[in-house]
Design a protein around this ligand. Sequence first.
Ligand code: FAD
Length: 282
Amino acid sequence: MKAPRFAYARPATLEGALALLAAHGEEARVLAGGQSLVAMLNLRVAAPRVLVDINRVPGLGEVALGESCVRIGALARHAELERSELVARHLPLLARAVRHIAHPAIRNRGTFGGSCALADPAAELPACALALGAKLVLRGARGERRVAAGEFFRGLYETALEAGELLVAAEFPLPGPASASAFGELARRHGDYALVGLAAYAQRDGPALRDVRLAFFGVADRPVLAARAAAVLEGRRVDEATLARAVAALDLEPRGDLHASAATRRRLAGVLLERVVKELAQ
Ligand SMILES: Cc1cc2nc3c(=O)[nH]c(=O)nc-3n(C[C@H](O)[C@H](O)[C@H](O)COP(=O)(O)OP(=O)(O)OC[C@H]3O[C@@H](n4cnc5c(N)ncnc54)[C@H](O)[C@@H]3O)c2cc1C
């Protein structure tokens, strides 16, 4: 199929992009890497009147170290995150996760902001943002606001972004020296969306883990924290008995679909929990 007719604008400033989005509201759609949106247009799942291409807006692709956070610009490509020394040093979870996204050609174009704004429930980066307690920075005609990842992802392809707003960046708090992260996903083939995935973060306290955050993806309509399983691990040494209790406490209710039944997904979530938490504790 061919995409429906649309007008195309490529503003050269952030103000220009925001003015277009404000003027066209629900009828406008942001074009970033185009790796999801172009397919949606061709399938006619999306039919915006106006595409606002943000690729020429300066400053949106920066990855920068601040005093208390790493700021990742919305236009940072997946491939840039994969190669970034700053990301590898301060946000190793992101560096690990991004290699699981699709294939190099898609990672060369796809953007951090596009992945978060799309909010596919099986996507890696939204789960990392949740595990690491990131804040999403949204800019609109009325100014800027920050939304915690836990409130930004609202449901299936649904976020806190309002018509006229642009996701400009995400701010990841700088992890302390005792922090640890680990990542795992199970997919039919490398590069496919995950059947189930887990982005995990904790503080190491001797042999025990504290502040455990287990962000599962592919198991609900958005990335979710498995709070009961994390509570079992909290303050305890990670051994086989504790892991078994954490798996038993897993508070997930995955749905079955064409790719896997609900029971398979629950089982895979348990397998991942064991693998990823063992790595977290090493
Ligand atoms: C074959 C294939 C396999 C893939 N596998 C994976 C995978 O395993 N894991 C994964 O996570 N992704 C996967 N993807 C998707 C890929 O990561 C996309 O790049 C990403 O989901 C969207 O990013 P984009 O920059 O291409 O956004 P676009 O396609 O340009 O836009 C996606 C949506 O986000 C909106 N949007 C984009 N940027 C902004 C912004 N700054 N502010 C507000 N709204 C915005 C757009 O309007 C649109 O609705 C795959 C894609 C393909 C084609």
